[in-house]
Design a protein around this ligand. Structure first.
Ligand code: 5GP
Ligand code: ZN
Length: 114
């Protein structure tokens, strides 16, 4: 757990969130400002500031993060189309510096993203 990290505090249940998935490696919860009908954040319990901090030893954990997002998308019948996004760095819009994968679905998406 990293001091003063919002998502570490959500993982530790020190700050409430609508959790939708938990296991020993990962947790997922609903975004407080949803940008789509489904907007879930999937996070490793291990604190990484961003994807840029992940190392080769984290390969299985990062892969699992993506597979859990796909499973959550299937459970919510989002297969017609959903978006999975890592914002890495402030220039890309990252605002919480604990690695998280956005899972967005339930509406059309456009390309390129803003
Ligand atoms: P980022 O901008 O870092 O890619 O994404 C951070 C996300 O965390 C944003 O979509 C924002 O709405 C969400 N968020 C920020 N604070 C909280 C919070 O306290 N609770 C929840 N559930 N989501 C949060
Ligand atoms: Zn953290």
């Amino acid at each position: 757990m990293s001091e003063n990290c919002l998502f570490c505090k959500i993982a530790a249940k020190q700050i409430p969130a609508k959790l939708v998935f938990e296991d020993p490696d990962l947790f997922a919860f609903e975004d407080i400002h949803p940008q789509a009908p489904t907007h879930i954040l999937v996070c490793p319990r291990k604190h990484f500031a961003s994807l840029d901090a992940a190392q080769p030893a984290d390969q299985a954990l990062i892969g699992k993060l993506l597979l859990v997002a796909a499973q959550l998308a299937r459970e919510r019948h989002l297969q017609p189309g959903y978006r999975t996004v890592f914002n890495t760095g402030a220039l890309a819009g990252q605002s919480v510096f604990h690695l998280h994968l956005h899972l967005l679905g339930g509406r059309p998406f456009h390309w390129p993203p803003g």
